[in-house]
Design a binder for this molecule. Structure first.
Ligand SMILES: Nc1ncnc2c1ncn2[C@@H]1O[C@H](COP(=O)(O)OP(=O)(O)OP(=O)(O)O)[C@@H](O)[C@H]1O
Ligand SMILES: [Mg+2]
Length: 418
């Protein structure tokens, strides 16, 4: 087996229903070819949160082994995700006086540091610092203030915080599986990289990743993130509703959902029938597919009402000229786009991973958005000095040769600051 090459990056998505490792080969112009994928059923993850180490380590090991076989390389380092209702998104700002009446890199980093210096809940740490825009004196909405003149520099940022223990738990799992973890990235940010176009991010868009246990939301406007949230609902809730409503075991409810499910009753013909196994050896019965859709529709409506509330928290529907983009395995369900449009009144499209080559057919499912986004995020962020400077303060990246190399480059660039 060939050893791991410098230009191979691996995204490891530890989800509620599956763990998947995606291997990307990065070309000279930063184009990514997917050359391997491995998946395993996830055990030990509840609503996006790792709550059992051993089964999670086993699932990671299986997914990595499969990906190694397919890609023909050995994997030592992964870019892993984090999700769960304990992640929090908040906006903050920082202000500094410009000593030499001009913005240098040092002031840029100081103002970002100021914006990060907010009181956090016990045990929380800042996972992402995402600059939104800068102001100098009365001039607002500056994307890159470097070199501009003025007296007072202000930065507006979006912060995503996570409990330190949750970051430790996911990195403990990867470490026990024999893998280094340079960076931990939240699902909504990773999926945005794989799914959204730059135009959508500029015009205003909500990325909604509906998985098994969570729905991750990232709202973009003017090219930056203005709001994020993790809603503790997903496809598992639909499966549970079906299990109760049709009195059938969970695995059968999951099978029925995937095979016959539809989120919109009016899209199903009256005469369509499905066969459902009974609980505890009771005989199978025939039911109308509309009855199944009747069970699913209210849960999906509820989900998009929660998304709508997040959109309103972020500033309202007017922000989102590009509407909603849905991804995540649960968006394979027929009728999701239609219900989302009806509830939010916004244009909605379903997004599958973009910006990649190689095994496109194999990874074109919306369930792989996070795994692919983790690779793309790693590539794009290694050139972002603000991102690298904020990584310096994070506890989990230490020991990664890749992050050390990124930081060395950034320090050279920001010479006089460090
Ligand atoms: N064809 C389909 N029709 C309906 N639902 C589907 C289909 N395919 C997958 N799903 C559902 O998608 C969900 C899994 O999606 P995904 O793989 O994105 O979740 P995950 O990443 O493991 O979980 P999370 O992101 O919530 O931690 C499951 O609830 C599954 O039942
Ligand atoms: Mg997921």
């Amino acid at each position: 087996m060939a050893s791991r090459k410098e230009d191979i990056l691996v995204g490891l998505d530890v989800g509620t229903s599956k763990v998947c490792a995606i291997v990307g080969e990065v070309g000279a112009n930063e184009e990514v070819d997917i050359i391997g994928i491995g998946t395993a059923s996830s055990k030990g993850v509840t609503r996006g949160i790792v709550d059992e180490i051993t089964p999670s380590v086993d699932a990671i090991g299986k997914a990595i082994q499969e990906a190694e076989l397919m890609a023909g390389c050995s994997i030592r380092e992964v870019y892993v995700n984090i999700s769960g209702g304990h992640l929090q998104g908040l906006n903050s700002s920082g202000v500094v006086a410009l000593k030499e009446s001009e913005v240098h890199e040092s002031e840029l980093l100081r103002v970002i540091d100021g914006a990060r210096a907010i009181p956090l809940g016990t045990g929380q740490e800042v996972l992402h610092t995402l600059p939104r825009h800068f102001s100098i004196d009365s001039q607002e909405h500056i994307a890159n203030p470097l070199g501009l003149s003025g007296i007072r520099l202000e930065a507006k940022v979006h912060l995503i915080t996570a409990p330190h223990s949750a970051i430790q738990n996911i990195t403990k799992c990867t470490r026990q599986a024999g893998l280094a973890t340079p960076v931990v990235t939240c699902d909504a940010i990773a999926s945005s990289e794989a799914i959204l176009s730059d135009d959508e991010k500029d015009l205003g868009v909500a990325l909604v990743d509906v998985g098994a246990g969570t729905t991750d939301v990232a709202i973009w406007e003017g090219g930056s993130v203005v709001h994020t949230a993790v809603l503790p609902v997903g496809g598992d809730h639909i499966t549970r509703d079906i299990s109760i409503g049709l009195r059938t075991p969970i695995p059968e409810a999951e099978r029925i959902k995937i095979r016959y499910g539809c989120a919109k009753t009016s899209m199903v013909r009256h005469d369509e029938k499905i066969r459902v196994s009974g609980v505890g050896g009771r005989s199978a019965k025939e039911l109308s597919r509309q009855l199944l859709a009747d069970i699913i529709e209210p849960r999906v409506e509820e989900l998009f009402l929660m998304v709508q509330k997040e959109i309103r928290n972020a500033g309202g529907e007017d922000l989102l000229a590009s509407g909603l983009v849905l991804t995540g395995g649960c968006t394979n369900l027929d009728g999701m786009v239609e219900v989302a449009e009806e509830v939010t009144g916004l244009p909605v499209r379903r997004g599958t991973p973009q910006h990649i080559g190689g095994l496109i057919d194999v990874v074109s499912s919306p369930a792989y958005s996070t795994g692919i986004g983790l690779i793309l995020h790693a590539i794009h962020r290694q050139k972002d000095p603000i991102y690298l400077a904020t990584l310096e303060n994070s506890s989990w990246h230490r020991g990664s040769h890749k992050v050390r190399a990124w930081l060395t480059k950034a320090k050279r660039w920001l010479g006089h600051f460090f």
